[in-house]
Design a protein around this ligand. Structure first.
Ligand SMILES: *Cc1c(COP(=O)(O)O)cnc(C)c1O
Length: 467
């Protein structure tokens, strides 16, 4: 399988190189040259398999010869062996034909672990083979950072730097990043919001001398391997609920558009997905895009679902590439316009977008009400991101005969204040979080400035005079 850039002018790479690169050298994102498909019979044959076996069968065509079958099965087994539920991502019924897909049973209690644990193993296998050293730099709105740190802490040949917006992640999220003791872990609090952190990250990647000097590698959801890992649970959930013999709908709490783009990929592969609902909080650029046809940035308003406080959804570029018939130069032009504020989709592109996706936005009050409603109806506590999804799923429910699955993206204990405010009950603290909540914090503050970041990273990575 070969990978091409959404902007059409970076080298075509194999899976392993695309994974290690993260961002393409023309500033675009890597996508498969063609979409592999699974027949109805192949999908039906997934019924009753373990999560690990389904993961192997769904991802295999994308990985090509980067890993042998045995290597790949081993990586998958180690990744999901650290989840605390035998189903890995269990489905829980919340209504007559309504379900939550619990994606938070990994080590940091958010869905980011599903992908990050896998790519941790992929990177490790690949680096062990080549003896290369790399510097991972990631930007986080809260959960990616801890998941990346958990996946790479103490690993040979890897330094990990995580940029998070100072003061804009929850206490639990911050402590998960600042308390690990391993020397290869560096938590950096940047003066700005998540979009600033993500923009500086792109600056680092687009400075090719720096990039090559420190051996920069990206694990944000711009990394194709992460999106790929998330395709798997659309298959396990849909097959458990009757696919391929009937369609299944999904609602996805959305920030950077990685998780829901994985749903789009599953559909391209042949999985019969009914509705695919984009759920946003008050930072609703994607919902506005569907409503108005204009993709225009606003300013980020901090919310009680902070992992979705984003106005520039990086993975939307991957969808634009599809909507514009895989015309790299057209995508490059649109992204240039987005840098200056935004753009209007062409009629054709908007028609396709609306044909494939639904969307809804949850205000802060609606999010709180959805947490309270879930508690009243089921006795379950849900995190505020999941609640945004529950609200959107209700607004865009569609045919009641089609199962609706809302992705439950984090454990409620990661956001205890919002949950308690809505229900009067404070979620119990899982043992896995207790470690993060004790112990001293280690963090460096950094200006919203690429030169300052480069100096800090070069020093931390032990690389002299990169420029
Ligand atoms: C990252 C995250 C999201 C958003 O996922 P994207 O792939 O960025 O759209 C939603 N909820 C939680 C808890 C997250 O950590």
């Amino acid at each position: 399988m070969r990978y091409v850039s959404t902007r059409g002018s970076a080298p075509v790479l194999g899976f392993e190189e695309a994974m290690l690169a993260g961002l393409a050298r023309d500033g675009g994102l890597y996508v498969p040259e063609t979409w592999p498909t699974m027949s109805a019979a192949e999908i039906a044959a997934l019924a009753g398999l373990t999560y690990e076996e389904t993961a192997f069968r769904v991802m295999r065509p994308f990985v090509g010869d980067a890993f042998s079958d045995d290597e790949f099965r081993g990586i998958i087994a180690r990744a999901y062996g650290r989840f605390d539920h035998a189903a890995r991502v269990p489905l829980v019924q919340t209504g007559p034909n309504d379900w939550l897909l619990e994606l938070f049973h990994g080590p940091t209690l958010a869905f980011k672990d599903v992908a990050m644990q896998l790519i941790g193993g992929m990177f490790e296998t690949s680096l062990a083979r080549t003896g290369k050293r790399i510097t991972i730099v990631g930007a986080t709105s809260g959960d990616t950072g801890s998941a990346a740190i958990e996946a790479f802490r103490g690993k040979e040949g890897v330094e990990v730097f995580i940029l998070f917006p100072d003061g804009r992640v929850s206490d639990v999220q911050r402590r998960q990043m600042t308390t690990p003791v391993e020397a290869n872990v560096h938590a950096l609090a940047i003066a700005g919001d998540f979009d600033d952190a993500q923009a500086r990250l792109k600056d680092l990647f687009n400075d090719h001398a720096f990039r090559d000097g420190v051996g920069l590698a990206g694990v944000n959801s711009i990394n194709w391997a992460r999106v790929l890992a998330q395709v798997v649970y659309y298959f396990t959930a849909a097959v458990a609920l009757g696919a391929p013999h009937r369609p299944v709908s999904f609602t996805v709490p959305t920030g950077n558009f990685g998780d829901i783009f994985a749903g789009h990929v599953a559909r391209r592969m042949g999985l019969p997905i009914g509705r695919l609902v984009i759920a946003t909080n008050q930072n609703d650029i994607l919902h506005r895009t569907l409503e108005t046809g204009e993709h225009r940035r606003g300013s980020v308003e901090p919310s009680i679902s902070p992992s979705m406080d984003i106005q520039v959804s990086s993975n939307f570029e991957r969808l634009l590439f599809e909507l514009y018939d895989r015309e790299g130069p057209a995508v490059a032009e649109l992204m240039g316009e987005l840098g200056k504020g935004g753009f209007a989709l062409s009629q054709g592109a908007l028609g396709r977008l609306r044909a494939e996706f639904d969307s809804a936005r949850a205000s802060e009050a609606e999010t709180t009400a959805a947490i309270a409603e879930a508690y009243r109806a089921t006795g379950m506590l849900v995190c505020p991101h999941t609640a945004v999804g529950l609200h959107a799923a209700k607004v865009r429910r569609g045919d009641p005969a089609v199962p609706m699955v809302v992705l439950a993206t984090a454990h409620p204990a990661k956001f205890p204040d919002a949950v308690e405010a809505a229900t009067g009950r404070r979620p119990d603290l899982p043992e896995r979080l207790a470690e993060a909540l004790s112990g001293p914090e280690r963090v460096e503050k950094v200006a919203n400035d690429v030169a300052a970041l480069q100096a800090l990273i070069a020093r931390g990575a032990g690389v002299e005079a990169v420029r």
